[in-house]
Design a binder for this molecule. Structure first.
Ligand SMILES: O=c1cc[nH]c(=O)[nH]1
Length: 444
């Protein structure tokens, strides 16, 4: 489908330019887009494994910490998007340069398709393990449904959010009621499973929470550029971090703390295990829940990826959606979702510096920041990214008990400040812009 045909038949998605003011959407629409995104089954599973390993209070506190860090990070980036109407790629150009941004956008646009594949795979696995359906068939059916929804654009993501988030809340309440009825009630006193003692720390959990959404969180502009202004963009992102993500995780934690989940360290807070076996109506709703909840994640990831690749290639977002969606389904069939822990590591190290550099440039040093739009690449951004990632890598291997992803943000801020203020502007550095628009030695 040509770009012109796409635009004639469906709403424009503004892959190459800012969303004009008269196309901006109500606060409610953008809340639905962000609130529903982290409310996914995997968040509950994750929350349950954390509580099983740290106990309820420590587990809840560490997840809250990670979500508060996400709130600050995503909040800043959302504000900028709501103010400008620019998508992630356009904002990345301002910090990384008109060629340099390819590296940043390319990396994130690949990782989000990884997330898409992971969650399509999870759809098949959950449908197979919980309800006995054919896993391969479920991956293909789920993947195709998610492609169709993403194809329809931001409006469809908003509608899906309005269904996904309330359904998650209602089913979570039902699951907690069932769990409390058949399990123990001393939830706050729940202690870690003995065999897992010392396996993870609170800092590691906060890092995993942050890293778990660092990718789409960095790309928040693709969603919040549709907000009417910066303030509404921030309000919409707050419904996801800390609210939606924490609620989704703690539900799994509560269910585990009632003691009803066998082998909680492995199964985590899989609320489907509690919801099944209570009649055919609830089973049917649970089947729909798998597709709606994981569909919400998948469509958001595919949307991020499609906007990114569309911007980079100049092709229409909808044709790219189909291509990336098919690639994602093939990756899901290959079993990629089993590689989830490796994803977390990579994301926690390489991704947080990207958004942090953009925040430093475009929010904190806004008055003195020279947009890199006219330049091929911007040395300050790349030098900061490389050094900060190196520091995070070092922490990851030598002090993993610390919160690697959050330390990565801290390292980025420090390296950025040193490069910007301490390195003399005329020092004979080798960082020379290929456009010659920047003098040799000018790092910024
Ligand atoms: O869990 C997820 C899913 C999509 N994108 C993320 O950054 N995290």
């Amino acid at each position: 489908m040509s770009k012109e045909m796409e635009q004639r038949s469906l709403d424009p998605e503004f892959e190459q330019e800012a969303v004009p003011k008269h196309y901006r959407k109500s606060l409610g629409s953008i809340v639905a887009v962000w609130f529903g995104f982290p409310m996914q089954l995997f968040s509950a599973v994750f929350g349950g494994t954390v509580v099983a390993q740290l106990g309820f209070v420590n587990g809840a506190l560490s997840m809250l910490l990670g979500n508060l860090a996400l709130f600050i990070f995503v909040g800043f980036l959302s504000y900028r998007a709501g103010e400008t109407g620019l998508n992630f790629n356009l904002l990345a150009k301002e910090s990384f340069g008109k060629r340099g941004y390819y590296l940043v956008s390319g990396l994130l646009a690949v990782v989000v398709i990884g997330w898409f594949a992971v969650n399509v795979g999870l759809t098949g696995a959950m449908m197979h393990n919980t309800f006995g359906y054919n896993e391969i068939l479920m991956i293909i059916v789920g993947g195709l449904i998610y492609i169709v929804i993403t194809f329809l654009g931001i409006k469809a993501l908003s509608v899906l959010g309005w269904i996904a988030a309330p359904l998650y809340v209602v089913l979570s309440i039902v699951a907690i009621v069932f769990a409390v009825k058949s399990g123990v009630t001393g939830i706050l006193e729940y202690k870690p499973v003995a065999s897992s003692a010392g396996a993870i720390t609170m800092g590691m959990v906060a890092s995993m929470v942050f890293a778990g959404f660092a990718d789409s969180g960095t790309m928040t502009a693709d969603f919040t550029r549709w907000s009417k202004n910066g303030k509404e963009a921030v309000l919409a992102s707050i419904t996801a971090f800390p609210l939606g993500n924490f609620v989704a995780q703690i539900v799994g934690g509560i269910v585990v703390a009632t003691g009803v989940i066998p082998d909680a360290v492995t199964n985590g807070g899989n609320i489907l295990m509690v919801l099944t076996g209570h009649g055919s109506f609830l089973s049917l709703v649970s089947v729909l829940f798998v597709f709606i909840s994981l569909g919400s994640v998948c469509t958001h990831c595919l949307y991020n990826g499609a906007i990114g690749w569309s911007h980079m290639t100049g092709k229409g977002m909808r044709s790219i959606t189909v291509i990336l969606g098919v690639i994602g389904i093939i990756a899901a069939l290959s079993g990629i979702w089993g590689k989830l822990p490796e994803w977390f590591n990579l994301l926690g190290i390489l991704v947080p510096p990207i958004g942090t550099i953009m925040i430093m440039d475009q929010i904190i040093f806004r008055k003195t920041h020279k947009s890199a739009l006219e330049r091929s690449w911007r040395p300050l951004a790349f030098v900061t990214w490389v050094i900060a990632s190196g520091i995070s890598l070092f922490i990851n291997f030598n002090a993993p008990q610390l919160s690697v992803a959050i330390m990565s943000v801290v390292a980025t801020v420090m390296v950025y400040l040193i490069c910007k203020t301490v390195v003399p502007r005329n020092a004979s550095l080798v960082f020379e812009d290929s456009d010659k628009s920047v003098q040799s030695g000018d790092l910024d």
